[in-house]
Design a protein around this ligand. Structure first.
Ligand code: BGO
Length: 273
């Protein structure tokens, strides 16, 4: 039997442990990730025994600045799960979406679960899930793990997403044109070294001068020189370093997203009185 591998990714405190326990029950295997003392948990879903869920350490980005980020990133790249289930804290959506923009670049289909919807509703906030889903080009389900709301729906949609490859693992987020030009030029330089579905991820990482990726791709001297020139020109245009350019562009994109899709009803009522 073929086992479907789903990777559970999200920020710390997004509810990953709660969800993992809820849907795998006692079917859990616990160990350590190789070489580090970070707990590794995986488990078969109680309701779908041919689906294995791999819990990843709670992280804020795939940069990687911490051992947790490195573990998560290596797993997502090397083990290539069939699907990434990205759990988000709906009360902290702006910060949580930062990781989401990176997960969507990996070339693996992503489904997003917006958790803590009970708190979101209590706070009189509304999240336009349909609009958010359209803007991120990924299926999204709102849920509350502790209130046991919509967990089945999330898992059904996850299996459906995999079955139909809805989303396809293609990234559709586009940033400032001047950055996009640089990323496309880098993509052209590494065309022969990289599979198409991973090319945008590699281009962004090379733009960020990510050493691990640079070593992994075994680039020639000429390729490295070309890429360095592209980065240098872009940094001159933006008047800042390439890492900051990417961070700023991600946050600008998220700000636009949240402005459109998240409203605070209590503020609205206040402004009417
Ligand atoms: C404590 N709704 C609400 N309201 N809370 C939720 C939901 C939800 O849908 N889902 C999870 N939580 P983790 P990571 C806690 O533990 O699964 C809560 O880091 C407490 N503990 O119960 O641990 C969940 O694995 C004392 O809260 O997340 C947990 O991703 C007082 O969110 C927290 C209050 O969930 C983080 C909360 C002793």
């Amino acid at each position: 039997t073929t086992t479907l591998q789903i990777a559970l990714a999200g920020n710390p405190n997004s509810g990953k442990t709660s969800l993992f326990n809820e849907i795998t029950g006692t079917n859990q295997r616990v160990g350590n990730w190789p070489g580090v003392t970070i707990e590794k948990k995986s488990g078969k879903l109680t309701k779908y025994p041919n689906v294995e869920l791999q819990d990843l350490p709670g992280i804020y980005s795939l940069s990687p600045y911490s051992p947790e980020e490195l573990v998560a990133r290596n797993y997502l790249i090397d083990d290539a799960p069939d699907l990434i289930l990205n759990l988000i804290d709906g009360t902290n959506i702006e910060r949580n979406l930062y990781l989401t923009t990176q997960l969507l670049e990996l070339g693996v289909p992503v489904i997003i679960g917006i958790n803590m919807m009970d708190v979101v509703e209590k706070n009189k906030q509304t999240i336009d899930i349909k609009l958010l889903s359209e803007m991120l080009y990924a299926p999204i389900v709102g849920l509350s793990v502790t209130k046991k709301k919509n967990i089945d729906e999330l898992m059904k949609r996850s299996l459906h997403t995999h079955a139909t490859s809805e989303g396809q693992g293609q990234n559709h987020i586009r940033y400032d044109k001047r950055l996009e030009v640089a990323l496309e030029e880098i993509a052209d330089v590494i065309e022969a070294n990289t599979p198409e579905n991973r090319r945008r991820w590699f281009s962004i990482k090379l733009f960020e001068r990510d050493e691990e990726i640079r070593n992994e791709l075994h680039l020639t001297k000429e390729q490295q020189i070309e890429i360095n020139e592209i980065i240098a020109i872009t940094e001159k245009i933006f008047q800042t370093d390439s890492t900051s350019i990417m961070i700023n562009e991600r946050y600008d994109f998220i700000t636009r997203l949240v402005e459109k899709a998240v409203t605070n009803k209590s503020n609205f009522e206040l402004s009417l009185s």
